[in-house]
Design a binder for this molecule. Structure first.
Ligand code: AGP
Length: 617
């Protein structure tokens, strides 16, 4: 969602902020803006549209000089995307300027109070209310900016990551967070500071960063350093400066046309990175610290509840099959957004597994907070190291997929499944629900998955031809059974998000209970029909489609003949164990949606209306 970037130091702030905003484009946004202080004047330029539009506008409107700057990409919540609602926002006096990621829920009540006190508002945003509240506190209480921010935030209900400065004291920027991420990059010799929603905007300048925790704020002073305090009670916090592992190469396209394509092709390596050091085939063991340290809890668990959203929820569905099948532990998979609001029955012997690529999804975060408050043990499966969900969990396992920048999740999905498979296998071994030879067989097959993904990627040309044939249809159906039912859901989601073609995923057998009515000669149906897993049943479903003239795109096991004879097209994937097929069958579906979107000229990496991490509910 919204992205924030800031700089205070000896360099020109403009290029750092603009390039930083470009790095955050993947988060999803509809307008952008920048505020710069050049030693004398505070200059603001903002516009609906992309960062490139902001650059054009800024060239016409402001001089681009100044050593203090803050910039923002806005994903509209309160107020339509337009120039006025874009950030930064100024206070009524024009002295204070703010950028904000999040939602101030009680903004209307605060706004009415401020209106009574003579404040006026240009925009429809909650953010403009916040900056005027800060200004009002500063004037009424006669306090410095940091204190005013703190007092104001204690009156606010909602979520935020903010950066604020005063044009009369521009050597100081105040930042704060609650529910939205905020990192402070510390330059060499502490003589310059960077502010950003994640470390990608400043990674070429410094590898040292402080990640603010929820309910913390920091006053960043040029030449004087950073002081972090608790917003609630003003206590000083001992800061921990992290050394970042991220490098520039990881966040660049590396010769690919899109991040999504790069990330699809990174999957063999990403899956290897996920099991490296955990899957020890020669010793026939799986080692995962987060699981080992809490083995008793896992073994005594009454059930596992998985909470997640979107693609991560689909990975959770795959995990339901794996955990129940291998470890014989009952699993429920919940949309975090539903779970958190429906007064769920949670017991102390429940284990809640939260799955999230970003580790910042607001609903998933709220769901685990709820589970914790009821005494459940929370285990996080996240990709982003140090993310809110990973910190809020009692224990967890990272996926180690590397940065995922394309809004459509690809390598996050397959690495989540890999981690969850490792956990299920480890528990199955501990519980004795898997034989030693089956266990070994799983380790061997899992280790071969990266090579098999490489093989699956070789179908690219075939998939391009299929994409071309169906790129202009309005609807797609995706069918799968068992382990591949969630893959059907995931394939449909991928197509919807980046090509804007309507697609539905269904369990193949459910087709007869409704969707079959949609089938005619214009309807392409992707059917996952790999050899293992109800193959004959799926073949019968294919027959039913064929008799209604639907167009069949079969995802089949290498060498398949039966489906080949029935389908209009087939895409082969290598053979593997049934429980591991999702790691392969998902690959052609990712490529299919990618190529269709490219052929339709869609913005693959930043599809309309979508945000990479949904930090508001
Ligand atoms: C998938 O392609 C999505 N863009 C989206 O559904 C995503 O998986 C979802 O928002 C959850 O994100 P998370 O994994 O970061 O929590």
């Amino acid at each position: 969602m919204c992205g924030i970037v800031g700089y205070i130091g000896p360099r020109e702030a403009y290029p750092i902020v603009i390039e930083g905003l470009k790095r955050l484009e993947y988060r999803g946004y509809d307008s952008a803006g920048i505020a710069l202080f050049d030693g004398t004047n505070l200059k603001v330029s903002k516009t609906k549209g992309k960062v490139a539009d902001l650059e054009t506008r800024a060239t016409q409107e402001i001089s681009k000089t100044g050593n203090v700057g803050i910039g923002h990409t806005r994903w509209a919540t309160h107020g339509v995307p337009n120039d006025v609602n874009s950030h930064p926002h100024l206070s009524n006096s024009g002295d204070l300027v703010i950028i904000h990621n999040g939602i101030i829920e009680n903004y209307d009540a605060l706004k009415q109070e401020l209106i009574k006190r003579g404040y006026t508002f240009q925009s429809d945003t909650d953010t403009e209310v916040l900056i005027n509240l800060i200004e009002d506190v500063k004037k009424q209480e006669g306090v410095k900016l940091g204190k005013a921010v703190q007092i104001a935030l204690n009156q606010v209900i909602g979520a935020y990551a903010i950066a604020v400065f005063d044009k009369n004291k521009p050597e100081e920027v105040v930042v704060a967070r609650l529910g939205s991420p905020l990192a402070i990059g510390i330059g060499k010799n502490e003589d310059e500071f960077f502010i950003a929603s994640d470390a990608s905007p400043f990674i070429e300048y410094t590898k040292n960063a402080i990640y603010l925790e929820d309910e913390e704020m920091a006053v960043i002073r040029f030449h004087k350093g950073v002081k972090v305090r608790k917003i609630k009670d003003d206590t000083l916090v001992d800061t921990y400066i992290q050394e970042l592992q991220l490098n520039l190469e990881q966040i660049e396209k590396g010769g690919y046309d899109h991040f999504m394509l790069k990330e699809i092709h990174e999957q063999p390596k990403a899956i290897t990175d996920t099991y490296r050091g955990r899957l020890l085939r020669n010793e026939a063991i799986i080692k995962m610290a987060g699981v080992e340290d809490n083995m008793k809890k896992f073994l005594n668990a009454n059930r596992i509840i998985i909470v997640a959203c979107g693609t991560s929820w689909h990975a959770g569905l795959v995990a339901e099959y794996i955990f129940e099948d291998l470890a014989r532990i009952p699993v429920e998979v919940e949309y975090a957004s539903e779970f958190r609001y429906r007064n769920p029955v949670i017991r102390e012997d429940d284990i809640v597994i939260a799955i999230s690529q970003s580790g910042e999804t607001a609903d998933t975060l709220a769901a685990i907070k709820l589970a914790k408050s009821k005494g459940a043990f929370v285990f996080g499966v996240c990709n982003v190291v140090g993310s809110s969900i990973s910190r809020e969990s009692h224990a967890g396992a990272y996926t180690h997929a590397g940065p995922e920048i394309g809004v459509a999740s690809t390598k996050a999905f397959t690495t989540q499944i890999t981690v969850l498979t490792l956990i299920a296998l480890r528990l199955a071994r501990a519980k004795g629900t898997i034989t030693s030879s089956d266990f070994r067989q799983h380790l061997l097959e899992l280790e071969m998955i990266p090579k098999k993904v490489e093989k699956a990627l070789q179908s690219d040309n075939n998939i391009k031809i299929i994409s071309d044939a169906y790129k202009n249809v309005s609807n797609f159906l995706y069918l799968g059974r068992g382990y591949n039912f969630p893959v059907a859901l995931e394939g449909a989601l991928k197509l919807k998000e980046i090509s804007y073609i309507h697609a539905e995923g269904y369990p193949a057998a459910e087709m007869k209970h409704g969707p079959i009515a949609l089938i005619d000669e214009n309807m392409p149906i992707v059917v996952i029909a790999t050899k293992k897993g109800h193959y004959e049943k799926v073949v019968s479903n294919i027959q039913e489609i064929k008799s209604r003239k639907g167009k069949i795109i079969g995802i089949v096991t290498e060498g398949d003949v039966q489906v080949k004879n029935l389908a209009d097209h087939v895409i082969e994937v290598p053979e593997t164990l049934e429980s591991l097929t999702p790691l392969l069958t998902t690959i052609p579906l990712q490529l299919l949606s990618y190529h269709i979107a490219v052929m339709l000229n869609k913005n693959v990496d930043q599809p309309r209306n979508l945000a990479k991490s949904v930090t508001v509910e």
